[in-house]
Design a protein around this ligand. Structure first.
Ligand code: SF4
Ligand code: SF4
Length: 330
């Protein structure tokens, strides 16, 4: 059975029931700065912690029609940041079209890359394409230890991830002065909160230097108690204890910074959500009962609308906080 720790590293034992948790506070949207688009659930990996349940056999992919609708929305609301996610977003046949359309509009483009995709057949030009378009690469590398990465993501994934970083470094990513950003994402191996991101960044830099690879920042992200990770906790009898830890680690200062305030998440079929996690839980934007399609929102301002919150949201506010850009407070 996995060991349960709080964000200070103290051992915890499963305590009160999930049902006894206080409600997550009500929060409202600000104006949207980032549109996070899930291009599909297909992935060349099938990681144990994946909150999307992505994998090689998933068929869901965003069509060009839906992608065009995304750009109609971007143009209408002048959204400055396009965040492409999946699955492995690069496996969508319109991935490169999406990047080029966004760059032509002067947007900041983020590719949530799993690094191993860079070594897949047919992706030989991917690193060059990303560099040419100045795409900000945010890459998952949940640990600097080969053993831990392979345990969480599959045998051989660590070596392939290092190979992917080398391809990106060769294009200038992670190298001072190039302007090409390569950020890594850390998430805990089990039911604990991420450690201090500055200390962990130094540790990553030292270990990865031995492999001759460079990166810019390390983003620390809390594992959300949904989908595969939730099932794992249930299987190990740790779900209640994990929820108690997240709730008792609630830090009010994180509430104003949670990513859903300024992000709109769009699913592969064009439905909209306050964040990627709510998308996976099928909680429509604003807490509406029915799914809402982007086509219904083109003329509707979202500012000040309530955000659909539930107990999983404590994963965003515990300890230093967590978002797709890493910790919320230092
Ligand atoms: S690489 Fe990312 S999207 Fe793919 S299975 Fe792993 S966590 Fe999920
Ligand atoms: S889980 Fe989503 S809706 Fe809940 S606080 Fe986090 S970002 Fe906001």
């Amino acid at each position: 059975m996995a060991v349960l720790k709080n964000f200070k590293g103290d051992l915890l034992r499963p305590m009160t029931s999930f049902k006894s948790l206080k409600k997550f506070p009500e929060i409202r949207r600000k104006s949207t700065e980032t549109i996070q688009v899930n291009l599909g659930y297909r992935c060349n990996q099938a990681c144990s912690h994946c909150h999307v349940d992505a994998g090689p056999n998933r068929k869901e992919q965003m069509t060009l029609t839906t992608l065009n609708l995304v750009f109609k929305y971007i143009d209408k609301w002048k959204i400055p940041i396009l965040d492409l996610t999946g699955g492995a977003p690069e496996l969508n046949p319109y991935f490169r079209h999406a990047v080029e359309e966004a760059v032509a509009r002067g947007m900041h483009v983020i590719d949530r890359c799993n690094l191993t995709i860079l070594s897949e057949i047919g992706q030989e030009e991917l690193a060059g394409f990303l560099a040419k378009n100045g795409v900000h690469v945010v890459a998952s590398l949940p640990c600097h230890s080969k053993t831990n990465v392979d345990r969480q993501r599959g045998a051989g994934i660590f070596e392939l991830s290092i190979a992917g970083m080398r391809k990106l470094n060769a294009q200038g990513y992670g190298i001072a002065g190039t302007g090409l950003e390569l950020d890594l994402v850390y998430n805990p191996q089990g039911p604990s909160l991420p450690p201090d991101s500055e200390i962990l960044t130094e540790e990553y830099k030292q270990v990865l230097a031995e492999y001759d690879v460079l990166f810019n920042r390390l983003l620390t992200i809390t594992n959300m108690p949904i989908n595969r990770f939730k099932h794992q906790l249930e299987r190990d009898g740790l779900l209640n204890g994990y929820m108690d830890m997240l709730r008792s680690g609630f830090a009010e200062q994180n509430l104003s910074k949670v990513m859903c305030r300024a992000l709109l998440s769009v699913s592969w079929d064009g439905h909209v959500f306050d964040c990627d996690f709510n998308q996976m839980l099928d909680l429509p934007v604003g807490g509406d009962k029915q799914a809402i399609h982007l086509s219904e929102l083109i003329d509707l301002p979202l500012s000040n609308r309530p955000i659909a919150v539930d107990t999983h949201c404590f994963g965003c506010t515990a300890g230093s906080g967590s978002s797709c850009s890493g910790a919320l407070t230092d």
